[in-house]
Design a protein. Structure first.
Length: 94
């Protein structure tokens, strides 16, 4: 079963120039359970947002501990981003 969380309309803008290693960190709290994993995707535009990870710039799966997880997207170029979050309770990657 998929629970789409606060499909975070989190838009980030980096105004750094000449720096590499930009990152976005998202902490997800109060998940309904520790079952499964959290799938997080970062998007550079509205295509595919929030849940079509095939159109995301990066997608990562992270474990859940104590109904919380922290997601880090690293090495991002300067730009605007949106992050979509899915609680994949049964661990089937959907």
């Amino acid at each position: 079963m998929i629970n789409i969380l606060t499909i975070a309309l989190l838009f980030f803008s980096y105004q750094t120039f000449g720096q590499s290693g930009n990152k976005i960190t998202v902490k997800v709290i109060n998940l309904q359970s520790n079952k499964g994993q959290v799938i997080a995707s970062v998007f550079t535009d509205k295509n595919g947002f929030p849940s079509d990870s095939k159109k995301a710039a990066k997608t990562i799966n992270v474990p859940i501990k104590a109904n919380t997880t922290t997601i880090e997207f690293t090495n991002l170029p300067p730009g605007n981003y949106a992050v979509g979050i899915i609680h994949d309770e049964n661990g089937n990657n959907y």
